[in-house]
Ligand binder design. Structure first.
Ligand code: ACO
Length: 319
């Protein structure tokens, strides 16, 4: 038995923050941001919008696209770095908002920008082993809440949003293979290193990052992760119809594709409009390419992601 994505959905908050808007907030320029990152704008959640609110709309869109009833969902996984609260999990909150409280297991996965890859790989194990029939997998983030809006080296990079997929049992693939990695010795180069001590927050909850180190690490491991997925299925880069990468930076995306020999026309890029939405970036990009008809049945699609931890991974699927 295999698992197959039968519906995708996305949601982006209404408010758009452009690079020009940022010019009046920190010492930066549209030209610097676009040249270094490819980002033109990002969406920002309203003050009263939570990660589960964004997840709810993306989930409803995915469930509608899958043409199933919400009561058919028997597993809920949310990948997020910006949960609504310490606990309960955002997945439990989402399950309740969907009106299916008690119908399924529900849990969060925390792998930062690789979160959706980790969550989809986990759901695949449930679905392909028969432990779940219709899994809802969501990447949802309000990155804007953990940004220091006075720090130009980080605040220009991120945005808010949610993407979701429904994964169901299938006699044919579907997901061909998934490959997950982590190296905790790199935990310091990208972190939001706050902790709670005796009811008080210690350290900063804002994203801190060694940009150059992250850049080099990302390009290296993403190439390896995509090759790992291709090699384990006896495929070549030329067999890839669509590469759907984590949307951190257009230069990371372009360097990875170039090293692999995958032409830019086969790469789905949303970073210009969305910025880096962490765990939401891959499902949002996937949803866009499915909705606009670029991704077609029978095509080979590679998803990849890298993020804090460090964590990284890839998933190869036949659409
Ligand atoms: N506007 C204007 N100038 C800036 C800005 C800004 N927003 N941010 C930094 N600068 C300045 C720096 O202060 C520095 O000035 P200096 O030379 O006077 O000291 C100069 O620009 C160059 O800074 P660098 O950090 O060397 O610039 P770089 O070319 O490395 O680009 C960037 C920085 C865009 C962060 C890049 O390193 C990068 O993309 N790294 C990957 C990080 C990433 O994508 N993180 C996302 C999370 S991780 C993930 O999702 C994989």
């Amino acid at each position: 038995m295999y698992s197959r994505i039968i519906g995708t959905g996305g949601y982006l908050p209404e408010k758009i923050l452009t690079n020009q808007d940022l010019e009046s907030m920190v010492d930066t320029s549209d030209e610097w941001i676009q040249t270094r990152t490819g980002i033109k704008q990002r969406h920002i959640a309203a003050p009263d919008q939570t990660t589960s609110d964004l997840a709810l709309i993306a989930s409803q869109n995915a469930i509608k696209a899958a043409n199933i009833s919400v009561s058919d969902i028997d597993l809920v996984i949310v990948a997020t770095t910006t949960p609504d609260m310490i606990f309960p999990s955002t997945a439990c909150i989402l399950q309740n908002k969907l009106g299916i409280a008690g119908n399924s297991p529900a849990f969060d996965i925390q792998a930062v920008c690789s979160g959706f890859i980790y969550a989809l790989a986990t759901a695949d194990m449930f679905v392909s082993s028969g432990k779940a029939r219709n899994a809802l997998i969501v990447g949802s983030e309000v990155c804007s809440r953990i940004l220091d809006w006075n720090d130009r080296t980080t605040c220009v990079l991120f945005g808010d949003g949610a993407g979701a997929v429904v994964l169901t049992q299938s006699d044919t693939p579907g997901i061909l293979s998934s490959h997950l990695h982590a190296d905790g010795s790199y935990s310091q180069i990208l972190a939001a290193p706050a902790s709670i001590q005796s009811g008080k927050m210690e350290g900063t909850p804002f994203i801190t990052m060694e940009g150059g180190t992250v850049f080099k690490f990302a390009v290296r491991v993403l190439e390896e992760a995509v090759l790992e997925a291709l090699n384990s299925n006896h495929l070549q880069p030329a067999d890839v119809d669509w590469l759907v990468p984590h949307q951190a930076n257009i230069r990371i995306i372009a360097s990875t594709a170039k090293k692999l020999g995958i032409p830019q026309e086969k790469v789905v890029a949303t970073v210009a409009q969305h910025g880096n939405t962490s765990a939401a970036s891959v499902p949002l990009a996937l949803d866009q390419a499915v909705s606009d008809g670029r991704i077609q049945p029978g095509q080979n699609v590679v998803l990849e992601g890298v993020g804090g931890g460090f964590t990284w991974g890839s998933i190869l699927l036949r659409w």
